[in-house]
Write a protein of this length. Structure first.
Length: 434
């Protein structure tokens, strides 16, 4: 019997979520449902041809090269100790303040996020770098892990954010402008996280002991050690903002720059380089698998006209544009409890984006909103990918303790999301000057 496109679409989404609950990799699940649904409506032969054509087109597309290049830059930076240097420098300047190690962790996470582009990598790195230091000075486990989980989310905001790059590829937006748009909201996140830590120190002074100030000689020495990540960030982002590089070229230049700087400093052996290449390749393969699955699923959405129907439904609610946006954000917050950040972006953006453009919102600004909501999904229960990463690295703490520690930062993110919705120029001003 012939099934209507609406019924096939509903069955497809039910099957997709069922496969994800069974822990089938999200890229595989999306690809399987997409090909099956497309084949049901169009025919088996076009669906099978679509698999090979789509896979080849994505892995050979020049613009998609931005992903493995920035992943390689982050892998080299992580392996050569730049994260530890950033934390040490921040610690020397603010570590003596009440809650200073937490503030230093946020500052170092921001610096490392600007050269890694990965929230998970940032959270994993500082679980080994910052957590032992905070515990040594008597910081509670919940606070120490909560700060690291929140600081890790900065990897999704600061350029070169992999999530922003994927959003740009899906929506065909300028990735360079998206990267630049993330700078001011990222700085806002850093300042609000630091303000939250300061407030916790005022309300719970016994939790966050203060240490002795470091001598200026030690501060200047630590500052001299961070020239490498600062130079790398300025080189890549300066080239993007100045129009010298395309995003893909910036990724290549960043990867080569990280390798050259690390080799000049004597930090990159042949084994380190091979390990960095392997790490970047594995991560890129996982991302490309999800992208291929998403494109296949996108063809299925196209033939069922799901994006157009969702757009008509949202517009038919009769809400104001901001009211419609609030409904969409609530949906994202619910999905954030259940799904991985990258999967959430890849699955939902093709469906929601037509509604966003119909409502008249700026696509670059909405990309930042999406990333901020994804950040919330990285730290709030019951999934919280950053929480799982920290638990994997830090063995002496349980999930409830980490989730308790991130509550103040979740509330801070809610306020920050409201600020960006009220003042979209925070995200659009810099890219508007490119």
């Amino acid at each position: 019997m012939d099934l209507s496109p609406d019924i096939v679409a509903v069955l497809g989404f039910v099957a997709l979520f069922a496969l994800m609950l069974l822990r089938v990799p999200v890229g595989m699940a999306m690809g399987l449902v997409g090909v099956t649904g497309f084949g049901t409506l169009v025919g088996a032969e076009p669906a099978l041809k679509m698999i090979g054509q789509t896979s080849m087109r994505i892995v050979t597309d020049y613009t998609f090269g931005v992903i493995p290049m920035f992943l390689l830059m982050g892998a080299v930076a992580s392996r050569t100790g730049m994260s530890r240097e950033l934390f040490r420098a921040a610690d020397r300047f603010v570590g003596h303040l009440r809650g200073g190690l937490g503030i230093a962790t946020i500052a170092a996470c921001a610096g490392f996020a600007a050269i890694s582009g990965s929230s998970v990598a940032t959270a994993a790195t500082f679980s080994t770098v910052a957590y032992p230091e905070m515990r040594q000075f008597g910081y509670p486990k919940s606070f120490a892990t909560g700060v690291i989980a929140a600081g890790g989310t900065l990897g999704a905001m600061f350029p070169p954010s992999i999530v922003l790059a994927v959003y740009g590829l899906i929506t065909q937006q300028d990735i360079g402008k998206l990267f630049i748009a993330g700078i001011l909201p990222g700085l806002l996140a850093v300042s609000m996280y630091m303000g939250t830590i300061t407030l916790i120190g005022l309300l719970k002074p016994a939790w966050l002991p203060a240490a002795r100030p470091a001598p200026w000689r030690d501060r200047l020495q630590a500052l001299r050690d961070v020239w490498a990540p600062l130079l790398l960030f300025a080189f890549v982002i300066g080239g993007l903002y100045g129009g010298v590089f395309t995003p893909t070229e910036a990724g290549g230049m960043g990867a080569v720059g990280a390798i050259i700087i690390s080799a000049v400093r004597g930090r990159l052996s042949r084994a380190d380089l091979l390990a960095s290449l392997l790490q970047a390749t594995r991560t890129a393969a996982a991302v490309f698998t999800v992208l291929i699955g998403a494109v296949l699923f996108g063809y299925f959405l196209t033939v069922t006209q799901t994006p157009q129907k969702v757009t008509a439904f949202i517009l038919g609610l009769g809400l104001s544009p901001v009211g419609s946006l609030v409904v969409i954000m609530l949906m994202y917050l619910v999905l954030g409890c259940l799904m991985d950040a990258m999967a959430m972006v890849i699955l939902t953006v093709p469906i929601i984006f037509p509604a966003i453009t119909a409502l008249g919102f700026d696509p670059v600004w909405f990309g930042i909103i999406i990333v901020m909501t994804v950040e919330l999904g990285l730290i709030h229960p019951p999934v919280g990918m950053n929480v799982f990463v920290i638990k994997t690295v830090v063995q002496d703490v349980d999930f409830s303790t980490i989730f308790y520690g991130v509550i103040p930062f979740v509330l801070t993110d809610m306020v920050r999301l409201a600020i960006l919705i009220a003042f979209p120029a925070i995200a659009t001003w810099l890219p508007g000057r490119m």
